[in-house]
Design a protein around this ligand. Structure first.
Ligand code: FAD
Length: 406
C-alpha cells in the first residue's frame, strides 16, 4: 500500500542523507532510496576525495550530529592557503583568517568518512527510512501528490506516495531527467587524479594550489605529515600519469611542488575523476526539487561542491519549515519557488566563477599566462577581494531548524 510521506528522496549520498536527517529533525517524515546495498552505504569504500569544508558547512554538520561522528584523525585543518602561478617559486596570492575572528580557514575530511557518518546519523532517526538496492522505475508528480514505483529488496514497499520528491542522485541525475528538467553539462576534457601522500616535512596546515602550465597541483593538509594531493591534467596526460609507477608519480609531484615538503611517498591508490560540471536549468518542478550535485555539479577546483550542496539543503529546509509554520502545503509551487530563488542566488556566482577559473588555468597560451599573472597579483593587492573570499570560507551561517539554538 502506498504510504503518505512528506518527502521522497532519491540518492543516499552525502546530500540526500543530510537532507533526510534535517527533515527528520525538523519534524517531517522522509524516505531515502539508493541503488547501493545497505552495507556499502554503511561502510563506503575510500574514493580518494578529500572534502574541504567552510565554517558554515561545519556548523550544519554539527547541527545534524554528523561532525561529532568523525574521528579526530579524519579531520584536517587549513590555517592558510597559498596560490602559486606557473613555474614561479614564490606565492602569488595568499589567504589567512587573520581579522576574521578565527584561526582556521576551513577543514578537510575524507569523503568516505562523511558518507559513513551521514549514514550512521541517518539510521538513528526514526522518522527517516532507507530503502537500499532500490531502483526507481517511475516518478509521477501529480498536482496533489507524488508517487514512485520502485524495485527494492524483497519485503520493502514497491510503491511510495508523498508530498514532495527530491532528486539527490548525483550530477548525472536520472531523476532530473525523469522530471523533464534539462541541465547544462560542461565536459572540461580534463581529469583530476586524487590521492594521499606522506611527506618528510610538516605542512603547518597550509594548503597550496599550484597552477602549473602543463598541469595543476593542489596539496591540502591532512592529519600528521600527510596531504591530500590533486593533480589535474588533460585526458591523455592524465592517462600517462595513471600509468606511472608509484615512485615515478611521487617523484613527479615532489618535483612540481619544488620539494616544499621534502621527500613524498604515495599512500594507497590514485583515483581518476573526469571533470564534468552540471547546472540544472531549474531547481524545482511540480512537487519536486533538486539538491546537491543533482542541482549543481561543480568543477572541484574551488572545493565548493558539497559546501554548495549543504547550502541547498539549508535553503530547502528553510522554505519547507516556513510553509509548515504558515500551514501551507510543502509541495506547493510558491513554496518551492522560494527555494529556487535562494539557491540560484547562492549557486550562480560560484558556479560560473569556478568555471571561468578552471578554463583560464587550463589554457597555456601566452595571453592567458599574462592574464593569470595579472589577476593573481591584482587580487593579492586588492584587500577587499581577499577579505570577501576569506569571509565566504569563514562566514557563519548554515542550517537553522526551528527551535534549535543559534
Ligand atoms: C575529486 C573531487 C574533489 C572534491 N572536492 C570537494 C571539496 O573539497 N569540497 C567540496 O565541497 N566538494 C568537493 N567535491 C564535490 C563533492 O564530492 C560532491 O559535491 C558531493 O559528493 C555530492 O554529493 P551528492 O550526495 O549530491 O551526490 P553523490 O555523492 O554523487 O551521491 C549520489 C548518490 O545517489 C545514488 N544514486 C545515483 N543514481 C541513482 C539512482 N538512479 N537511483 C538510486 N540511487 C542513485 C548513488 O548511489 C549515491 O549514493 C569534490 C568532488 C570531486 C570529484
Amino acid at each position: 500500500m502506498p504510504q503518505d510521506l512528506d518527502a521522497l528522496i532519491v540518492g543516499a549520498g552525502p546530500a540526500g542523507l543530510a537532507l533526510g536527517i534535517a527533515l527528520a529533525d525538523g519534524g517531517f517524515s522522509a524516505t531515502v532510496l539508493d541503488a547501493q546495498p545497505r552495507e556499502a552505504l554503511a561502510a563506503p569504500d575510500e574514493d580518494g576525495r578529500d572534502i574541504a569544508l567552510t565554517h558554515a558547512s561545519v556548523a550544519t554538520l554539527r547541527a545534524l550530529g554528523l561532525w561529532q561522528r568523525l574521528r579526530p584523525e579524519e579531520i584536517g585543518c587549513i590555517r592558510e592557503a597559498r596560490v602559486i602561478d606557473g613555474d614561479r617559486q614564490d606565492c602569488a596570492l595568499s589567504f589567512s583568517p587573520r581579522g576574521h575572528d578565527t584561526e582556521v580557514l576551513g577543514w578537510i575530511v575524507p569523503n568516505h568518512a562523511l558518507r559513513r557518518a551521514s549514514f550512521a546519523a541517518a539510521m538513528e532517526r526514526p522518522a527517516l527510512r532507507l530503502l537500499d538496492r532500490a531502483q526507481v522505475l517511475r516518478v509521477a508528480t501529480e498536482p496533489g501528490h507524488v508517487q514512485l514505483d520502485v524495485q527494492a529488496s524483497p519485503g520493502l514497499p514497491q510503491q511510495l506516495q508523498g508530498r514532495l520528491f527530491v532528486a539527490a542522485d548525483s550530477r548525472f541525475s536520472w531523476s532530473r531527467k525523469q522530471l523533464g528538467i534539462a541541465a547544462d553539462i560542461h565536459d572540461f576534457g580534463r581529469v583530476m587524479i586524487v590521492c594521499r601522500m606522506q611527506h618528510e616535512l610538516p605542512h603547518h596546515d597550509v594548503a597550496y594550489e599550484c597552477f602549473g602550465y602543463e598541469r595543476t597541483l593542489a596539496v591540502l593538509p591532512a592529519v600528521g605529515n600527510v596531504s591530500s594531493v590533486v593533480v589535474t591534467a588533460d585526458t591523455a596526460a592524465a592517462e600517462r600519469l595513471m600509468q606511472l609507477s608509484e615512485s615515478e608519480f611521487a617523484a613527479l609531484v615532489e618535483r612540481q611542488f619544488r620539494s616544499r615538503l621534502g621527500r613524498m611517498q604515495l599512500l594507497g591508490k590514485r583515483f581518476p575523476y573526469p571533470l564534468v560540471a552540471a547546472y540544472a536549468r531549474r531547481f524545482v518542478g511540480q512537487r519536486s526539487a533538486l539538491i546537491g550535485d543533482a542541482a549543481v555539479g561543480m568543477h572541484p577546483v574551488t572545493a565548493h561542491g558539497y559546501n554548495l550542496g549543504l547550502q541547498s539543503i539549508a535553503s530547502l529546509v528553510h522554505a519547507l519549515c516556513e510553509a509548515r509554520a504558515a500551514q501551507r502545503d510543502i509541495g506547493a509551487a510558491e513554496v518551492l519557488a522560494g527555494y529556487e530563488r535562494a539557491h540560484r542566488r547562492d549557486a550562480a556566482p560560484i558556479y560560473h566563477g569556478t568555471n571561468a577559473v578552471a578554463r583560464l588555468y587550463a589554457s597555456t597560451g601566452a595571453p592567458q599566462r599574462l592574464v593569470r599573472q595579472l589577476l593573481l597579483r591584482g587580487a593579492q593587492h586588492l584587500p577587499p577581494l581577499k577579505a570577501a573570499i576569506t569571509a565566504r570560507l569563514t562566514g557563519r551561517g548554515g542550517l537553522q531548524l526551528p527551535g534549535a539554538a543559534a
